[in-house]
Design a protein around this ligand. Structure first.
Ligand code: ATP
Length: 333
């Protein structure tokens, strides 16, 4: 179990500063997810923790010990990448046993550890196959299995599901969640673009913006109490409606935030708009309406309740769920 601490961590590539002073603690056994727009530094931060990149400044501590100068192999970490990185000429068993073998484990230990990891990931029937005889989801499980057998203190994932199709993403995501429960003394850090992965897997989410931490909190804290319009617009899908002008002024703020599920279409609604389009997802319908803002307002209705384009509607926010922000985008209490 590792307690990870980043103190004023910085990273530049030449003159280009990518990580601009990050302070963060990742608690022992915690599942921390990094999210943020493309290029904000998520992978770089993960690679700094792994030791694949050296920090330009600051301290990285594992259980109170400074590890900045420790090579990756001495940090007790295992990393799973988007690209699986399996050896094509080795069987699943050999791939999973490889790292352990290098560390000097004997044949009995190898067999026991690989079998246990394979059972955990439900790939024990595939041990004699070669990677090319596996589906993408199975390959990724092998890559995860290979990481497990090394019994790491810290598990690092860099967008491990992004090469998988939608159904495999879901099943592998559930597998990772189960794995975290079983390995609850292993600290996990996970980079993703995917809202659902972040919301469902994380104990806490760290939202990064331009090389700095914007907010860290549990998924629900970020969803219900975003500190800024940036986090409000980033966490949740569809993103929070952010309205300026008169609508915000009526609530004494610069920007008013309201999630799609907290808007109700109603004949005597406070606001008016014209429907642009409805998206029917089966369980819910998203109604997109032009309400005079730059972007359409999204209203979520339960069930199959599309509204024809061009229909004039009235709708109201649920007052208890309004978010108010000032001119610099910070949350007003
Ligand atoms: P994405 O979501 O698109 O994967 P990210 O948030 O993971 O992005 P990083 O991959 O950490 O972002 O990259 C952050 C910035 O650092 C980007 O502008 C990238 O071009 C730059 N960068 C990353 N690695 C290097 C490198 N080895 N040399 C120079 N610049 C780099």
């Amino acid at each position: 179990m590792a307690h990870i601490k980043l103190e004023n961590i910085r990273k530049s590539f030449g003159a280009f500063e990518v990580i601009k002073g990050v302070d963060m603690e990742i608690r022992p056994g915690e599942f921390m997810v990094f999210v943020g727009p493309s290029g904000c530094g998520k992978s770089t931060l993960l690679r700094l923790i792994s030791g694949l990149e050296d920090a330009t400044g600051g301290d990285l501590l594992f259980d109170g010990e400074r590890v900045n100068d420790l090579v990756p192999s001495k940090r007790g970490i295992a990393m799973v990448f988007q690209s699986y990185a399996l050896y094509p000429h080795m069987t699943v068993f050999e791939n999973m046993a490889f790292g352990l073998k290098l560390s000097g484990a004997d044949a009995g230990q190898l067999k026991a550890r690989v079998t246990e990891a394979a059972r955990m990931l439900q790939i024990d029937h595939l041990l004699e196959r070669l990677p090319r005889q596996l589906s993408g989801g199975q390959r990724q499980r092998v890559a995860i299995g290979r990481a497990i057998t090394r019994n790491p203190r810290v598990f690092l994932f860099d967008e491990p599901l992004s090469n998988l199709d939608a159904a495999l993403r879901v099943s592998t995501r559930i597998e990772i969640a189960r794995l975290h429960k079983k390995m609850n003394d292993t600290t996990m850090v996970y980079v993703t673009h995917d809202q659902v992965e972040a919301m469902t897997l994380a104990d806490r989410i760290c939202v990064l913006r331009d090389g700095k931490v914007e907010q860290i909190g549990t998924p629900l804290e970020l969803y219900e109490q975003p500190n800024s319009t940036f986090v409000a617009g980033f966490i949740g899908s569809p993103k929070m409606n952010l309205l300026n002008g008169e609508k915000a002024g009526a609530y004494s703020c610069h920007t008013l935030g309201i999630r799609s599920e907290h808007l109700e279409i109603d004949e005597s609604g406070r606001w008016e708009g014209r429907v642009i389009h409805s998206e029917n997802l089966g369980s819910d319908t998203y109604v997109y309406a032009d309400a005079g803002a730059e972007e359409p307002v999204v209203i979520r209705q339960q069930g199959n309740r599309p509204v024809a384009p061009d229909t004039a509607i009235r709708f109201s926010p649920m007052e208890a769920h309004l978010h108010r922000f000032d001119e610099s985008g910070l949350r007003l209490r």
